[in-house]
Design a binder for this molecule. Structure first.
Ligand code: SF4
Ligand code: F3S
Length: 104
């Protein structure tokens, strides 16, 4: 599976949902996650994310976020269309240590 990581927090660009062939993204307050049971590992979302937030679960950067994706994809609503990103999304891009800002 692929995993959305902390780079998505407060960026939420949603280019990922536009390309996913199986609509397996789920949206929280300030980030999205992927349902690992639905992801078919096609990889097309990874290069689409302007915040470089998506990694395959084989990547070390995905490890800390895999459980968050599993848990919250069962609770958050499915997202299949790109909505309006936060007004300050560009400012949050590439900011480090956003994990503490996670909001469910
Ligand atoms: Fe969707 Fe493919 Fe990304 Fe999985 S890897 S979330 S199936 S676009
Ligand atoms: Fe997040 Fe990137 Fe998608 S910022 S919403 S993973 S395009």
């Amino acid at each position: 599976t692929y995993v959305v990581t902390e780079n998505c927090i407060r960026c939420k660009f949603m280019d990922c949902v536009e390309v996913c062939p199986v609509d397996c993204f789920y949206a929280g307050e300030n980030m999205l996650v992927i349902n690992p049971d639905e992801c078919i590992d096609c990889g097309v979302c990874e290069p689409e994310c302007p915040a470089e937030a998506i990694f395959p679960d084989s990547d070390d950067r995905a490890a800390a976020w895999a459980e968050t994706n599993t848990t919250y994809s069962k609770q958050w609503p499915n997202m299949t269309r790109k909505g309006q990103p936060p007004a300050d999304a560009e400012e949050w891009k590439d900011k480090p240590d956003k994990a503490k800002l996670f909001s469910s």
